[in-house]
Ligand binder design. Structure first.
Ligand code: GLY
Length: 355
């Protein structure tokens, strides 16, 4: 039996890394165990920090998302200082063009309705049937792949051990505690365990987290095209990166873990993107990819205690994993290290799904 010291975090995505980072910053001994860093939804995301554009209604979830969005500038700056990497955090705002006036009814002090003339003037190149749209000045973006890389480098820089290529096969319990993990390379034991395995969580615990596939692609903007804000359409979104790529997302499919891009998925994304911004139909396609969002029945994450006293849950972030990484890291570390349960955590407790 291998002993990994204090805390063992299961999962290799941005949630696991953000938790490990915060635990380590606060002096804990931490090991991450992951099957394959590259399969996490983290790499498939677009990196929008978009509680407003995603139309999350006033609720504990909105509070959680807003708190996390507020942490982003400082959090990414510290990561950049630690790693020397550029994370592409960009407070670019998000524009949500609409094709009909009643398409969205948003009432928030953080949003502004732009009429037809204003939106076309502000963002040249929009489809002629865009009749106006909402402007969300506080929403932002980060380059999610750079973020994942920086977190990976940062945690190791701080002394977190990462064990890759290790499949956790079973969480073995003894009474109300986890006694050890059964893995592809033998049994592992720690004082405390954190489950952050996203869409794959249900293979280890009976919690309702299921994969929701998202297909994505990217095109390359010519220098003459100036898209400097995210466009959040009804059927697709366009996320311009500072290197000239536009990330186009995303389908939302209940097909289990079926891999691959499909002609239907790519066609839908492209026709929605071209309607939103017709000029991009001539741009070279750079890449197509897909990933699996960890979805729960109420589309809210599962955070905090579990049926076992020494196992904490941080999974089910669905469409908002990148956005919620800093606040999840902070709240879970406070909870595990100091037994401080932030008032928001109770709204995301696993027991809401118990029958
Ligand atoms: N957050 C956007 C998506 O999941 O597609």
């Amino acid at each position: 039996m291998k002993s990994t010291g204090e805390i063992l975090v299961i999962g290799g995505g941005v949630i696991s890394l953000a938790i490990a980072l915060e635990l380590k910053r606060q002096g804990a001994s931490v090991t991450i165990v992951t099957r394959d860093f590259t399969e996490a939804a983290t790499h498939a995301a677009a990196g929008m920090l978009a509680p407003q554009a995603e139309q999350i209604l006033p609720s504990p979830m909105l509070d959680l998302c807003l708190r996390s969005r507020d942490l982003y500038p400082d959090w990414t700056q510290k990561l950049e200082e630690l790693t020397g990497l550029n994370l592409g955090y960009w407070a670019c705002g998000i524009l949500a063009p609409a094709y009909q006036k009643d398409a969205i009814n948003i009432q928030s002090s953080e949003s502004v309705w732009l009429d037809r003339a204003t939106i076309h003037q502000r963002q040249p190149g929009l489809g002629s049937d865009v009749i106006g749209g909402w402007w969300f000045p506080q929403d932002a973006q980060v380059d999610n792949r750079s973020l994942a890389k920086a977190l990976w480098v940062a945690v190791q820089e701080l002394g977190v051990e990462i064990k890759t290529g290790v499949t956790v096969e079973k969480i073995v319990q003894s009474g109300d505690r986890v006694s050890h993990l059964q893995t592809s390379v033998g049994n592992w034991q720690a004082d405390h365990y954190i489950l952050a395995t996203g869409a794959w969580s249900q293979t280890l615990l009976p919690i309702p987290v299921t994969p929701k596939k998202g297909q994505m692609l990217s095109v390359q903007m010519p220098d003459s095209m100036s898209l400097k804000t995210v466009l959040y359409g009804s059927d697709s979104y366009l996320v311009p990166r500072q290197d000239g790529r536009i990330i186009i997302g995303a389908t939302s499919e209940d097909v289990g873990f079926t891999p691959g891009n499909t002609p239907f998925g790519v066609q839908n994304l492209l026709s929605a993107a071209i309607r939103l911004c017709p000029t991009l139909q001539q741009y070279p396609i750079r890449e197509c990819w897909w990933g699996f969002r960890p979805a729960t029945p109420d589309e809210l994450p599962i955070l905090g205690t579990s049926p076992y006293r020494n196992l904490t849950l941080a999974t089910g972030h669905y469409r908002n994993g990148i956005l919620l990484a800093p606040i999840t890291g902070l709240l879970i570390a406070e909870f595990v290290l100091h037994q401080k349960s932030d008032a928001l955590l109770e709204h995301f407790h696993w027991s809401r799904f118990k029958v």
